[in-house]
Ligand binder design. Structure first.
Ligand code: ADP
Length: 594
C-alpha cells in the first residue's frame, strides 16, 4: 500500500503534522498548567507571606470576638480578589484547627473538604503549601491561632479553569491538525507533481533502457538535482548504447573471424559439453558438432588428454596433440580459457596435411637430386679411374670411348643442374617472362621443322595440321617454343621407331589458342598420368635416362605454362599413345586480370 512515492510522501507529511501538533499541544498544555500552578502559589505567597498586615489581622483583628470563624470569613472575603477566589473553581475554607470541620467557606454547601497532604500538614501546625503538578487540584493550608482557637485557612482550586483552557486548546489543536492534514494532502500532491512525476519518468526511461531501447531520450525540464539526474541519465544511456554497439561490433568481428578462419576451433565448458564450434572444425573432424549436443569432450579429444589435465595444464599453459583423420594430418592445441575460474577448454585444430606433403616432397626432391647426380658422377668416377689405372694400356679407340662417356655424363650433369636452376628460379619468382607478340602458327612451324630430322631418324611420320588464320599471341616466345619442343621430343622419345606423331593447333573462341601433340607410342598408364608433371617423375626411369631425359622437362613446361596462366594437360584418350594439350590466352598472361 505504501510502496508508491505519493503514498510515502503523504504518510510522511501526515506523520510530521501529527507529531508536530502533538508536541506543540503537549508543550502548550504543560506550559499552561505550569503557569497556572505557579501563578496560584505565587498569589498565595503574596497574600499569606508578603502581606504582613493581612497576616497580622488574621491573627489579631477581632480576636476577642466570639465568632472567630465568621471574622476570618469576613477578612478572607475582603481579600477574595487578591486570592483569586471566585466561589466556583477556587474557594477558601475556614476549618477547625483540630477536626478540619468546615466552619466557613466561599463555596456553597461545603460541609467537608477531602483530606490532602497540605491540609494534614496544617493540622499539625505547619503551613501546607506543597505543589503537585500531577494532582487534579491545587491547595494551600495555613494554620492560624487566634483568640486561643486553632483554625486552618484552606484555599483550594479545582483547576477547572486550566482544564477548560486546556480543553479549549486541544480543540483548537485538533482543528489545526485537521486543517494541517488537509494542507499536507494538498502539498504532497503538489510536491509529487514537481518531484515524483520527473522521478516516475526517469523510472520509465530506465525501464526502457533496461529493455534495450536506447532511442528514448528523457526531456530535461528543470535545473535542479532531478534535472541534473535526468541529464546524467540521458548521457549514461547514450554512453551505454555506444559501449553496447562497440561490444556488438567486436563480437560480430570475432564471429566472422571464427566462422571463416581456416583453423578449426571447438570450445567446451568445464563439464565437457560443446559451447562453440566453427565450420572448419566440423569439416576437419568430419562430423557435426552441435552446441550442447550429445558429443562431448571425452568422445572427441579424451584420448589426447583428460579435461581435468587441460584445465590444469601446468607450466606450459596448454596440451599438444596430433591426429591422422580421413587422410589428413591434424595438429591440436588444447588450452583452458579463463584459467582462474576453470571456465572451460578451447581446442584449436590446425590442418598440417599440406605442410606434411610439402615436407615429404622436399625430402623426395632432395633424394631425387642426389640420386640423379650420383649416377653420372659414379660413371665419370669409374671411367676416369679406369683410364688412370690403365694409362697407356688401353687401345686408343677404347680410351676415346671412355672419354666420350665422361664427357656425355658431365653434359648430363650440367643439363640436370641447368634444369634445377630453371626450376629454382620459378620457385623463387625470379623468372620474368619476356613477353612479345608473335605468330602462333609460325612458332609451331619452326618448332616442327626443328624436330623433323630427329623424327625422321626414328622413322616417325611427323604431321602438322593448323587451323587457318591462327592469331598472333602475346607470350614469351622462347619459353613457349621450349615447352612445345619438350612435348614433341618426348613424343619422339617415347614412341617406338616408325611411329606417328601429329601436331595440331587451333583457336577456342576469340581469346584462346591450343596445341595438341599426339603420338601412338608407349603412352602412360592411367595411374601415372596425374604425376608426370611432378619433378623427377618418370614412368620408365631406365628408358628416360637412356634417352637423356632428366624427369624435369614436363615440370619445367608446366611451370612456364602456369606462368602464362595457360593450361598443360594430358588429353583423356585411351592408349596406345599419348596426347598432350597446351592452351594459351592470345592476349597473354594478363588477360582477364583487372
Ligand atoms: P624426361 O626427361 O624423363 O622425358 P619429362 O618430364 O619430359 O622427363 O617426362 C616425364 C615422364 O613422362 C617421362 O619420363 C615419361 O615416362 C613420361 N612421358 C612423357 N611424354 C611421354 C610420351 N609422349 N609418351 C609416353 N610417356 C611419356
Amino acid at each position: 500500500m505504501f510502496r508508491s512515492l505519493h503514498m510515502k510522501l503523504m504518510l510522511i507529511m501526515t506523520l510530521l503534522i501529527v507529531s508536530l501538533m502533538t508536541v506543540v499541544g503537549a508543550f502548550l498544555v504543560n506550559s499552561v498548567s505550569g503557569f497556572y500552578l505557579d501563578q496560584f502559589y505565587s498569589q498565595m505567597q503574596e497574600v499569606f507571606q508578603n502581606d504582613a498586615e493581612f497576616v497580622h489581622d488574621l491573627r489579631t483583628a477581632g480576636a476577642d470576638e466570639e465568632d472567630g470563624a465568621e471574622q476570618l470569613r469576613l477578612m478572607l472575603d475582603t481579600y477574595a480578589g487578591n486570592l483569586g477566589v471566585d466561589g466556583t473553581t477556587r474557594n477558601y475554607y475556614v476549618l477547625d484547627g483540630a477536626t478540619a470541620a468546615v466552619l466557613a467557606s466561599s463555596a456553597i454547601d461545603a460541609a467537608t473538604v477531602p483530606m490532602t497532604d497540605n491540609l494534614s500538614a496544617a493540622l499539625t501546625g505547619e503551613v501546607g503549601d506543597r505543589s503537585d503538578a500531577a494532582a487534579s487540584f491545587m491547595d494551600v493550608a495555613i494554620p492560624i491561632t487566634r483568640g486561643g482557637q486553632d483554625y486552618v485557612l484552606y484555599i483550594k482550586d479545582s483547576k477547572q479553569t486550566v482544564q477548560n483552557l486546556n480543553n479549549e486548546m486541544i480543540t483548537l489543536i485538533l482543528e489545526s491538525l485537521a486543517f494541517g492534514l488537509a494542507i499536507s494532502v494538498l502539498l504532497s500532491f503538489l510536491l509529487s507533481k514537481t518531484l515524483i512525476t520527473p522521478i516516475e519518468r526517469l523510472t520509465e526511461g530506465a525501464e526502457e533502457v533496461a529493455a534495450g531501447d536506447f532511442s528514448h531520450k528523457l526531456h530535461v525540464e528543470s535545473r535542479d538535482e532531478i534535472g541534473v539526474l535526468t541529464a546524467t541519465f540521458n548521457g549514461m544511456a547514450g554512453q551505454l548504447q555506444n559501449t553496447i554497439q562497440e561490444v556488438e561490433n567486436e563480437r560480430n568481428k570475432l564471429d566472422t573471424l571464427f566462422l571463416h578462419m581456416t583453423d578449426g576451433v571447438v570450445a567446451f565448458d568445464s563439464a565437457g559439453a560443446i559451447i562453440q564450434s566453427n565450420p572448419a572444425a566440423e569439416e576437419m573432424l568430419g562430423r557435426s558438432l552441435p552446441i550442447g549436443g550429445g558429443v562431448g569432450y571425452d568422445a572427441l579429444f579424451g584420448d589426447i588428454a583428460g579435461i581435468e589435465e587441460v584445465l590444469e595444464p601446468g607450466q606450459k599453459g596448454y596440451v599438444e596433440g596430433s591426429r591422422e583423420l580421413n587422410g589428413r594430418s591434424l595438429e591440436l592445441l588444447l588450452a583452458p580459457f579463463d584459467k582462474d575460474h576453470q571456465a572451460g577448454v578451447l581446442v584449436v585444430i590446425h590442418d598440417v596435411t599440406e605442410q606434411h606433403k610439402t615436407e615429404e616432397m622436399r625430402k623426395e626432391f632432395v633424394a631425387n637430386v642426389s640420386h640423379e647426380l650420383r649416377t653420372p658422377l659414379t660413371n665419370i668416377h669409374s671411367y676416369a679411374e679406369t683410364l688412370v689405372d690403365s694409362a697407356g694400356e688401353l687401345p686408343p679407340a677404347t680410351e676415346k670411348n671412355f672419354l666420350n662417356v665422361i664427357l656425355s655424363e658431365s653434359d648430363r650433369m650440367a643439363h640436370i643442374v641447368q634444369d634445377l636452376l630453371t626450376l629454382s628460379r620459378f620457385d623463387s619468382g625470379r623468372s620474368e617472362l619476356n613477353l612479345t607478340r608473335f605468330s602462333f602458327a609460325e612458332a609451331i612451324e619452326a618448332m616442327v621443322s626443328a624436330n623433323l630430322m630427329e623424327a625422321q631418324r626414328h622413322g616417325h611420320t611427323l604431321t602438322l595440321e593448323l587451323e587457318p588464320s591462327l592469331p598472333e599471341i602475346t607470350a614469351d616466345r622462347e619459353r613457349i617454343v621450349q615447352v612445345m619442343m619438350n612435348v614433341v621430343s618426348n613424343a619422339i622419345k617415347y614412341t617406338p621407331d616408325g611411329g606417328k606423331i601429329q601436331v595440331t593447333a587451333g583457336r577456342t573462341g576469340d581469346d584462346r589458342v591450343w596445341l595438341e601433340v599426339s603420338d601412338n607410342g608407349i603412352g602412360i598408364p592411367e595411374k601415372d598420368r596425374g604425376r608426370i608433371f611432378e619433378r623427377f617423375y618418370r614412368v620408365d626411369k631406365a628408358r628416360s635416362r637412356e634417352s637423356g631425359g632428366t624427369g624435369l622437362g614436363l615440370s619445367i613446361a608446366k611451370e612456364i605454362i602456369d606462368q602464362h596462366r595457360g593450361q598443360l594437360s594430358i588429353v583423356d584418350k585411351p592408349t596406345p599413345g599419348l596426347t598432350i594439350r597446351m592452351e594459351l590466352w592470345t592476349e597473354g598472361p594478363d588477360h582477364g586480370r583487372a
